[in-house]
Write a protein that binds this ligand. Structure first.
Ligand SMILES: Nc1ncnc2c1ncn2[C@@H]1O[C@H](COP(=O)(O)OP(=O)(O)O)[C@@H](O)[C@H]1O
Ligand SMILES: CC(=O)OP(=O)(O)O
Ligand SMILES: [Mg+2]
Length: 394
């Protein structure tokens, strides 16, 4: 009988899930709930064949959303009898260098780290709790976004801040998107026909959250997200890098407290702050229609990426490939071209025809024989979570 792993990726306002056959890798069901908590929720449950099952409604919170997912399986199938549940957990601090079997102690640790990832860790715990209740006795495995980034050397993870903060308060860079980086860096090595331990990569994960990671011989040596997923690249609704003195300034001139500023940078910054929408497709539409704010947003977004590519080139010394992944990285040819424009002296060139070809598979978009390959690799965090879950459970 086929054995399945259920993978749950609970995001700040969404839940993604997939049922994966451990032997064949087939996915008999996958789905998404969007807009949890805002009244216009939508659950879309895809089956291997046939039309998707959809349910609109108000999913007040993630627990209600997850119960709706279980209901979708009961109504539309397939039968849900997983041998394990793999959970994406965003922040594991320094405590979890690899995936772990969930017990009460692990849950307590994830809850303790919630101040560092307030949008993610609490809902990740909700996912675990609901799955424990639904599948008693079935092993639950936590796979952390931070694990892959724990290889950062001290000079990359240390902020130049007072000793007290570093030593007593745990202030340091962690970095995120590790599950995606682990997956795409393995695929990149395969695509290059090289051993992952020999390959140097710059991975650009451009989704709603966005990050750049420098990978040397399969290990992360620098990454743009920081202690929290707010630092670095321009994102859908997050500012990425800003001058930290902004906090003091806005307190003095606008009476904002630190929490207000953090919230605005996290939810009202990025593409949303610049263009009025955090969705790249909509930014493109507005820019094409002549909207100056949207055009500026694209320029800021792409320049930030280019700066990190240059910086990580300098960190690595030799780069075998630049890898684009995530919804924007995989689909937006214009972002890929603009972000890497002018880097030919570094051997980084995008081939226009290859870049613009309408494809959704793994591919090179640099010219044949280029010094640095530019690759597009669709990420598969769910598959990577299932793989690590299976590996842990033997
Ligand atoms: N064809 C496309 N062209 C440009 N941007 C796209 C396209 N498809 C998706 N995107 C963008 O990808 C982003 C979402 O990325 P995704 O990786 O799916 O998000 P998440 O981080 O939530 O998993 C959105 O900004 C969306 O507009
Ligand atoms: C950590 C993080 O930024 O995740 P996401 O890209 O899913 O928002
Ligand atoms: Mg993402």
């Amino acid at each position: 009988m086929a054995q399945h792993i259920l993978v749950l990726n609970t995001g700040s306002s969404s839940i993604k899930y997939e049922l994966i056959d451990t032997a064949s890798g087939a996915r008999p069901a996958r789905g998404l709930i969007e807009r949890i908590g805002d009244g216009a929720g939508l659950l879309t449950h895809h089956l291997a064949d046939g039309p998707p099952y959809e349910k609109k409604g108000h999913f007040a919170d993630h627990a209600q959303g997850l119960r709706a997912v279980l209901e979708a399986f009961r109504t539309a199938g397939p039968e849900l009898d997983p041998v394990a549940v793999g959970h994406r957990v965003v922040h594991g601090g320094t405590r979890f260098p690899a995936a772990v079997l969930v017990d009460e102690e692990v849950i307590a640790a994830v809850e303790e780290l919630a101040p560092l990832a307030p949008l993610h860790n609490p809902v990740n715990v909700t996912g675990i709790r609901v799955a424990q209740e639904a599948f008693p006795g079935v092993p639950q495995v936590a796979v952390f976004d931070t694990s892959f980034q724990l290889s950062l050397p001290p000079e990359a993870y240390t902020y130049a801040v007072p000793r007290e903060w570093r030593e007593r308060l745990g202030v340091r860079r962690f970095g995120f998107h590790g599950t995606s980086c682990a997956y795409v860096s393995r695929r990149a090595a395969a695509l290059l026909g090289r051993d992952p331990h020999e390959v140097n990569l710059i991975v650009l994960h451009l989704g709603n959250g966005a990050s750049a990671t420098a990978i040397e011989g399969g290990r992360s040596v620098d990454t743009s997200m920081g202690m929290t997923p707010l630092e670095g690249l321009v994102m859908g609704t997050r500012s990425g890098d800003v001058d930290p003195a902004l906090c003091g300034y806005l307190a003095r001139v606008a009476g904002l407290d630190a929490q207000d500023v953090e919230k605005a940078l996290g939810h009202g910054g990025g593409l949303l702050g610049l263009a009025g929408t955090g969705d790249m497709r909509e930014v493109r539409r507005r820019a094409a229609a002549g909207d100056a704010g949207a055009r500026l947003a694209l320029d800021v977004y792409c320049r930030r990426i280019r700066k990190y590519v240059g910086a990580y080139y300098a960190v690595l010394g030799r780069v075998d490939a630049v890898v684009f992944t995530g919804g924007v990285g995989e689909n937006d040819a214009a972002t890929r071209a603009a972000a890497l424009a002018g880097l030919d002296r570094l051997g980084i060139v995008v081939d226009q025809e290859r870049n613009e070809a309408a494809r959704d598979d793994e591919r090179a978009v640099s010219p044949p024989g280029a010094e640095v390959a530019v690759l597009v690799i669709p990420t598969d965090e769910e598959w990577e979570i299932a793989r690590q879950t299976l590996e842990l459970l033997g």
